[in-house]
Design a protein around this ligand. Structure first.
Ligand code: CO8
Length: 263
């Protein structure tokens, strides 16, 4: 597997249907400054044109996944610059959440503030047992600005989110799994292998069903049950007309593995 440095702080591995992105700024525990945010935005944009990639694995380097926004960079910046960073992070995080690809965040270490918020934009979070999660902005006299108050409370409810956000405490991997923030926690040296195995399983599914399934479930948060159920059946109807559905049904009846092509 060949890793390629695609930007100053990003290393990518392209395995065709599965692409891995490693944030590589260990000296600041992966903290997000303008530069990294730009690089992640460019990378995300490139994925929207990548027809081969079905699954993205995102991870970090060393003991940090992403320890939040770059606090060093916060010092001395103007209000205009601060607001520009906020808008940039909003666009970037929304773009990640909206990717057609299935996204797996393999959290190797600290995922704090903007780091946890970045992970929450992914479809799945897998944790190293060494990971620590939190929204500690309150300790800086601030609050989250990358979706922490919104995406986390939708996931685990307002009361639990308030407790985490208003105390700024860190969660262990085990607690994060118990709360439903992450799918599972793994031995540190098994994290990537497990993420890759999961990614390969997902990437083998029919591509349109994969991305549509993600979208229907994501959209259900903002949809009435009646509209959601109607939408679900429309998507199923559209899938029924695809070559992949014909192939999937034929493969089942012929007792062979399907060969999905994404049409
Ligand atoms: N920004 C910049 N540098 C950081 C950050 C950060 N968030 N976190 C750690 N670092 C740096 C440290 O300054 C240190 O650098 P140096 O060696 O030059 O002194 C290096 O990383 C290693 O860190 P520590 O020595 O502190 O390592 P420890 O193991 O002792 O502690 C901790 C690790 C507990 C993670 C500690 O570093 C910490 O508390 N970091 C700050 C975490 C935090 O408060 N994060 C929230 C930031 S605010 C935010 O994310 C707002 C989001 C706004 C939305 C926008 C979306 C991006």
């Amino acid at each position: 597997m060949t890793e390629t440095r695609i930007h100053t702080n990003l290393v990518a591995t392209d395995r065709g249907a599965v692409v891995e992105l490693r944030i590589d700024r260990p000296e600041a525990l992966g903290a997000l400054n303008f530069e990294i945010m730009d690089e992640i935005a460019q990378f995300t944009q490139s994925l929207t044109h990548n027809r081969d990639c079905r699954v993205l694995i995102m991870t970090g380097t060393g003991k940090g996944f992403v320890a939040g926004a770059d606090i060093v960079g916060y010092q001395g910046i103007s209000q205009i610059e601060f607001d520009r960073f906020q808008r940039k992070s909003r666009k970037t995080f929304d773009a990640i959440a909206a990717l057609d690809q299935i996204t797996i965040c393999a959290v190797n270490g600290y995922a704090l503030g903007g780091g946890l918020e970045l992970a929450l934009c992914c479809d799945f979070i897998l944790l190293s047992e060494k990971a620590k999660l939190g929204l500690p902005e309150i300790k800086l006299g601030l609050l989250p600005g990358g979706g922490g108050t919104q995406r986390l409370s939708r996931l685990i409810g307002p009361m639990r989110t308030k407790e985490i956000l208003l105390t700024g405490r860190f969660l262990s991997a085990r607690e994060a799994v118990d709360l439903g923030i992450a799918l599972k926690s793994l031995q540190p040296d098994e994290l990537l292998a497990s993420a890759r195995e999961f990614a390969d399983t997902l990437a083998a599914q029919a591509p349109i069903a994969l991305s549509e399934g993600k979208r229907i479930i994501d959209d259900s948060a903002d949809t009435s049950l009646a509209n959601g159920l109607t939408f679900e059946q429309r998507v199923l109807g559209a899938l029924f007309a695809t070559e992949d559905a014909k192939e999937g049904i034929d493969a089942f009846l012929s007792k062979r593995n399907p060969n999905f092509v994404g049409r």
